[in-house]
Design a protein around this ligand. Sequence first.
Ligand code: FRU
Length: 458
Amino acid sequence: MMRPRPALHFATARGWMNDPNGLIQTGGRVHMFYQHNPDGLMLENIAWGHASSADLWTWQDHPLALTPEPGGPDRDGCFSGCAVVADGRPHLLYTGVNGEHQLPCLAQAADEDLIRWTRDPGNPVIASPPPGEEIRAFRDHSAWRDGSAWYQVVGGGLRDRGGAMFLYRSADLRHWQYAGVFAAAADHGLPGAIWECPDVFVLGDTTVVVASVWDGQPPYAMWMTGRVGGQRFVPKAHGRCDDGHRYYAPQSLRMADGRRVAFGWLRECLGELTGQDRTRVGAMSLPRELFLDESGSLRSRPARELDDARRKLLLDRLVRGRGIADLALEARTAEATEISLAPVGRDVTAATLRLAAPDGADVQIRVAAGGVEILEAGRRLTEAIIPPPEPAEPAGQVRVYYDGGILEVFSPPAAAAVICRRDARYDRLEAELTVRPGAAAGRASLTAWSSGRAPAGS
Ligand code: FRU
């Protein structure tokens, strides 16, 4: 028996997976590559898996796009990287692993469906990490074009300045000149000994840089916003991309309609799995639309394509103060459930949703304007601790996706993805609303849908 794949979250059929790579939209489809070990359940022999989708939640599997090439600069692994289009043709910049060396490599699409890739004969396209810097790590790529020049940053770290990104410039993606440290943690009082998986993009006139932070446990994704001056990034604000302990190494793409959509890896490891679950490890987050809020912070909401995944309305009612509904949820089904709680008026300052399990291992989701906090059987699965609602900011709409044990919660301004018990069953949903001091019982509309493709034969 194989572990079922989730309904809305991408996961590989078998084997190990981690970071999303080379996200690109072409021919009406979004292509997602990902770090993949098809023959094992751990991060070893890493190749690039490949899937594509027209709606961001139904994925078609394709053959491996890149596999370690014996004798080549990626003989020990094809690590993370990005996609760019040059001369009308998609290219991949990725990290080739060869023993101790991790160096940038280039490949070019050999067909329109991005199935076959041709490696550049000049690989690695950067022969060594920047000389003269005390490098602690050097891998993963984000690239963009500015006028006639290509730029890429490589992630990593400096021994004395912590997490860092190294900037390079090129006219043709093949020959790169080092242009200095783009940003380093210690220069700005930012966290991280190593910054993996850089993702650099522009929203409006703000430069956004996302780094995946290695700094003790558990690792997490951090956004920074600021400006680029003289080939250096100057961060002004920063924060966590997600309050759960799973979301890591996100990468984003610009959709044809201008939206910026990100996917992150939801970290999982073999040691957490038993029985039939030991057939595949890891998943991607839902597609998240990125935007800057009024304060200039990076926020995310579920991509609107997910609304089309709703199939059957399971629940639709008004809650006053407190409400209980029969709602059966199971980790091991091919169906996902979306739950929405939309406060009416501005009196509701916090809300608690409880997925009640017959065995008592309830999941409690608590949201307020300050963040999302998720507990499972009393154990905290998120970073945020909801402060008492002072000052009494109104809570926004909460959207919860439960899909094969993955729980992903969006509550402005926060998002949190966690993984709950993989054999869980819940039979009741409880909602409880907290209001501003002196206000009457809060009201909210509570809705639930089953979502995902109809199972075959139904
Ligand atoms: C992040 C990461 C990257 C690396 C890849 C290897 O999760 O460690 O830095 O390229 O995974 O699979």
